[in-house]
Write a protein that binds this ligand. Sequence first.
Ligand code: NI
Ligand code: MN
Length: 227
Amino acid sequence: MATKLTWLGHGTWSIETGSHKLILDPFLNDNPTAPIKAEDVQADFILVSHGHFDHVADVESIAKRTGATVIATFEICQWFEQRGVTNTHAQNLGGAWKHPFGTAKLTIAHHSSTMPDGAPGGDPGGFLLNLPDGNVYFACDTALFSDMQWIGRRGLDLAVLPIGDNFTMGPEDSLEAIRLLNPKRVAPAHYNTWPPIEQDASAWAEQVKQETSAEPIVIEPGGVIEL
Ligand code: NI
Ligand code: MN
């Protein structure tokens, strides 16, 4: 079965690969665009990019109900352990680990990472995943940075970039990010959740086609990309 990536709105993705179910940055119950609720999620791994509410809101409930392993910075793992989450795997920037589903490297992100209660979440990150069906890079919440050229160096089948602007890079900087990453396909995220990050994704896709060599893939929340 091909690897299936489902956009659940905002920065939340579910990834089905091999026999594994992953969820990235689960923010469902308070997300006005999410097509499902946290109670509906099945997962054996939960990837967390940084500590902000709109990325961690449903981590605790999903982890406790499913027993999924939380993969995040040491600080974020500790924060959830203090709240009774038992399975965690701490990594830090630049570090890769061979998990049962594939290799996950925590990549740099230029953003912030305070937990909802004000505790420090360590540095914010993104995820470079080497899965059996291909390499996927989730930039997660970040500004444009020139080291993206190294992240794409070994080939990316898919890059997922924020285009919302205001809190992260916007559509224009994402075009530069695509040129640095050089992925085969690129999907936008972290937009149209609330008014401050409203964007015209089809206009963005037109620009991607004209100005980069990547194929843009725009889906609605609930939509699926196959690797
Ligand atoms: Ni954030
Ligand atoms: Mn965010």
